[in-house]
Structures are given as C-alpha cells and as structure tokens.
Design a binder for this molecule. Structure first.
Ligand SMILES: C[S@@+](CC[C@H](N)C(=O)[O-])C[C@H]1O[C@@H](n2cnc3c(N)ncnc32)[C@H](O)[C@@H]1O
Length: 238
C-alpha cells in the first residue's frame, strides 16, 4: 500500500477534519476525553504530538501549560495546526516511520500519538524513536483502533496477520478512501513491551454522555463494544 495514498487522503480530508472534529462524536466525545484522561500532569512538560493532525490535541495541551511540538505527514494538516495555535507550539511535516533526527535524545516528558499508528505497517522503528526522544520515566500515550473492532469491521479471515485494509470515509464531506493496516492485539502490545516500555494503563473507552445527542446509534454500539483502545506506557530507565 502506498504512503502516497494516505497523504493524499489526509490532504483531501484536512480542512473538513479540522472543522468537524470540534464536535465529531468519535473524536470529541470518545477518543479525546479517554486519551486525555491518560495524560499525566502536563503543566510545564514537554509534549511531542506525533501525527498531530490539525493540532486540536496540541491546542488543549498548550492551554494546560504544556510546551508542544507536533508533526504530521500531511502538509495541509501542519498548516492548519499552525493556524489553530497561532504563535504557540512548534509544528513541522514529518513521517512517523522516519527517524526524528532533529530531536535530541531524552527531549520530551510525554509523547502522544492519537489515532495514527494504524497507518504504519511496522510500529517497531517508530516506538524505538519514541523511546529515544523520551526522558527515562517519560510517558507514551496512544489511541488506536481496537483490534477486535477492526477484525469484525474489515471482515478479516486472518486475525494473526497485519493486513492492509481500506475504508471510504463519508463523515468529512466528499467521500475519501482511507488506507491503513489492521493487526492483532499482540502486534499492538509487543512493539511497546519489546522496546523498553511497560504499559501502566489500558482503556477500552466508553463514549461520554455528550456523544448521545450527536449520534445515538453509535452511542449505543460503543457502550456495547469498543472501537478504539487507549494505552499509557512508561519508558523504562537506561
Ligand atoms: C485520524 S488523524 C488524527 C490526528 C490527530 N492525532 C487527532 O487525533 O486529532 C490521523 C493523522 O495521522 C497522520 N498520518 C498518517 N500517516 C502518518 C505518518 N506516516 N506520519 C505522520 N503522520 C501520519 C494523518 O495525516 C492524520 O493527520
């Protein structure tokens, strides 16, 4: 699967994504509250927002006193992240699967990576980079699509495989085909625990009450079966 297709999809989605995620229920009342609840104290902390999209998480973290650096593979997303956050934060175009050569070892207290790791065929180099740029004892907070949800949604017959999948997103204006990778639960855990992290929190989130007024059907479904999973991992010492 071509990385170019993922970039093209997000370039096409970026403006509507930026506008709609303020209240889009899966973002505003499902992913963000549950992922943010895993963040440690952030006032005065350095946070790397990896695959920051249009900078909504960064906006929230900056308002709480964090020093935020964000990157994303989509140039349009980075333009929107800069516009949203005016003079605050630092944002640049970068690919999660490439080394962060411009970042020194142990630079960050926290790495956040929300709803993006499923665009990578192999998490290991990325998780190793997160380990390198985090301080010992630093936190990695991630949200991902739940393996069991994806197995059902994509009607996989190969649970143990990491497979390319695609889905047409219709909730952000013109339909856009979005390519990603689904993988088994073990392939979401082992890259962390094999590369210097231990997992200290794992949440199968429930929607917040506001979700129901925007989308009662998915509110009911998400109270019966999770779509996402949120984890907090701690970087072990040297
Ligand atoms: C669902 S959006 C999430 C954005 C943001 N984290 C949020 O939750 O609001 C996924 C983001 O991942 C970015 N992305 C996909 N593949 C990437 C890669 N290889 N490197 C960096 N960013 C990537 C997309 O451009 C998009 O902005």
């Amino acid at each position: 699967m071509s990385k170019a297709k993922i970039i093209a999809a997000y370039e096409a989605l970026a403006d509507n994504y930026n506008r709609l995620i303020e209240h889009k229920p899966h973002n505003a009342y499902y992913d963000r509250p549950n992922t943010l609840a895993l963040m440690p104290e952030i006032n005065g902390k350095t946070v790397l927002d990896a695959a920051c999209g249009p900078g909504k998480y960064a906006e929230i973290l900056l308002a709480q006193g964090a020093m935020v650096t964000g990157f994303d593979i989509s140039p349009r997303m980075i333009t929107l992240a800069k516009a949203r956050n005016a003079e605050a934060g630092t944002f640049f175009v970068h690919d999660l699967s490439e080394p962060l050569d411009m970042v020194d070892n142990g630079s960050f207290d926290i790495v956040l990576c929300a709803l993006a790791l499923h665009y990578l065929p192999d998490w290991t180099p990325t998780i190793r980079e997160f380990y390198r740029v985090l301080k010992p004892g630093g936190y990695l907070v991630i949200s991902i699509e739940h393996s069991f949800f994806e197995y059902n949604f994509f009607q996989s017959k190969q649970y143990f495989q990491t497979e390319p999948v695609k889905c047409t997103w219709k909730g952000f204006g013109q339909p856009v085909e979005v390519h990603s990778y689904r993988r088994p639960l073990s392939a979401c855990i082992a890259p962390l625990t094999d590369n210097g992290f231990y997992i200290d929190r794992l949440v199968e989130p429930k929607p917040t009450p506001e979700f129901e007024q925007y989308d009662p059907r998915h509110f009911k479904e998400l109270n019966e079966f999770p779509s996402f999973m949120c984890m907090r991992a701690v970087r072990r010492g040297e």
